[in-house]
Ligand binder design. Structure first.
Ligand code: FRU
Length: 470
């Protein structure tokens, strides 16, 4: 029996083994499919397979058999990240074949697999469909993570890469009529200055009528409270010129301020929303769940929007179907640390609205018991919001912070699961996503005024039901 002390109740995770990037996030025959980088034979990264889950509603997921295994010469050291698309009633997976060579730099190529039922996949006999490029502007050893989409009857895909010198990340655009023959269009965007030396997992999507490039750069240096993790994901808003293949864009910015968010992938739903799921873990981080035979989870699905020129994300509305019990408190003025009736738990959704004009600085302790706690803190003077996991239990001990645009009412929407916390601040203006590893007995939620007044406009707590097999 697996020890479930940190195993998620409703976030996607593998039944056993290691996962990293979300892959192939798509809709097919009326269902959501999500694949993931998977090493089923241990809780460590290893030769990558594609694990697979399916959902009718983005909230309740079912495990399906492994979709891809590294069993061909062109993917022998791993079926790396990629994407999925429906075409002529079939589901196509486009992914990276990773090939390592003894004593020299290996290479990466792109491959295709196809399914009639969305469950069993056959690799295309013409693989690899895109061999590693040999060019004086593209580094063929890092050429991975194709994300495919369709526009005006044509297929396009972006692939992550870097320049030959290995100093700057870049994203390559290709086009195709049939998903099999691909033509190189252009280097769509490239890193400038401190924007990373390799761009992994690029995504192109349309959000509120604008084009957005989301990618996961390696090698960005920390800039104040941004890009603090080993690797971080970011985005640029702009316009893709489909004729030249060039993406004209604004500034590069960070997607999530927590310790554990990487390699997100998006899909466009049938009703036109752009939904993103990320890997809720971090390369090189301590993952105590490995003792229990598994490692890594996915974030909740998040709906993307553009507000004031920035990309914001809010929990997908379908997550409301996980809600079970509801407790609500309104208009409370507190001057000492306070727990509210019915507001506690290992898992759950907490919504809090704080009247900052009538409050001093404050903290909220979650998953708390005695000295153990995960602490959210707001400092009014600097409008700094922080998530601290120095006393969260097992696992990494650190803090992350973000400077907010001050609002009279500070709104928080928090998803707690057995080993994660996702904090959506001010309707997604900032998001902090981190793993935490408290004891199962640490369940208290405590509102802590730092001065003598804290005005809670409202606090609502929902128990959440099971979303993934245990
Ligand atoms: C990103 C990544 C991808 C690669 C995969 C391998 O986390 O490095 O670029 O395809 O993980 O598992």
């Amino acid at each position: 029996m697996k020890n479930n002390r940190w195993y998620p109740l409703y976030h996607v995770a593998a039944p056993v083994g290691w996962i990293n990037d979300p892959n192939g996030f798509c809709t097919y025959k009326g269902q959501y499919h999500l694949f993931y980088q998977y090493h089923p034979y241990s809780a460590q990264w290893g030769p990558m397979h594609w694990g697979h889950v399916v959902s009718d509603d983005l909230a309740h997921w079912k495990h399906l058999p492994i979709a891809l295994r590294p069993d061909e010469s062109y993917d022998r050291n791993g079926c790396f990240s990629g994407s999925a698309i429906e075409h002529d009633g079939k589901l196509y997976l486009m992914y990276t074949g990773n090939v390592a060579l003894p004593n020299e730099c290996g290479f990466q190529d792109q491959a295709l697999a196809v399914s009639d039922d969305g469950i069993r996949f056959t690799k295309y006999e013409g693989n690899p469909i895109l061999p590693a490029p040999t060019s004086d502007s593209i580094n063929g050893s890092d050429f991975r993570d194709p994300k495919v989409w369709k526009k005006d009857g044509k297929f396009y895909c972006v692939i992550g890469s870097k320049n030959v010198e290995g100093t700057h990340g870049q994203v390559l655009l290709y086009e195709s009529d049939d998903l099999k023959d691909w033509r190189f269009k252009n280097i769509s965007a490239r890193a400038e200055g401190n924007e990373g030396n390799m761009w992994e997992c690029p995504n192109f999507c349309e959000v509120d009528g604008q084009d957005v490039l989301i990618m996961s750069p390696m090698g960005i240096e920390r800039k104040e409270n941004k890009f603090v993790n080993a690797v971080d994901s970011g985005y640029m808003i702009g316009k893709l010129d489909y004729y030249t293949g060039i993406f004209n864009h604004g500034e590069f910015d960070l997607l999530d301020y927590g310790s554990d968010f990487y390699a997100p992938q998006v899909t466009q739903t049938e009703d036109g929303r752009c939904i993103m799921i990320g890997w809720l873990a971090m390369w090189f981080a301590d993952m105590p769940e490995q003792q229990d035979g598994w490692a890594g989870t996915m974030t909740v699905p998040r709906e993307l929007h553009i507000r004031n020129g920035k990309l914001v994300s809010v929990p997908a509305k379908e997550l409301e179907s996980l809600r079970e019990g509801k407790v609500s408190h309104k208009n409370l003025n507190i001057s000492v640390p306070t727990q509210l009736d019915g507001v506690k738990g290992v898992t759950g959704e907490l919504i809090a609205e704080i009247d900052t004009a009538n409050s001093d600085n404050f903290s909220i302790a979650l998953r708390a018991d005695g000295d153990e706690k995960t602490l959210l803190t707001y400092d009014k003077e600097t409008a700094t919001f922080s998530l601290n996991r120095e006393n969260s239990g097992a696992g990494p001990k650190d803090g992350r912070e973000v400077v907010l645009t001050p609002e009279e009412i500070l709104k928080l929407r928090i998803y707690l699961d057995r080993s994660s916390i996702e904090v959506f601040v001010n309707d997604g203006a900032a998001v902090l996503t981190s793993r935490i590893y408290p004891a199962e007995t640490s369940q208290d939620i405590i509102f802590i005024p730092t001065g003598d007044k804290l005005t809670l406009k409202q606090v609502t707590f929902y128990k959440l039901g099971q979303g993934i097999a245990q």
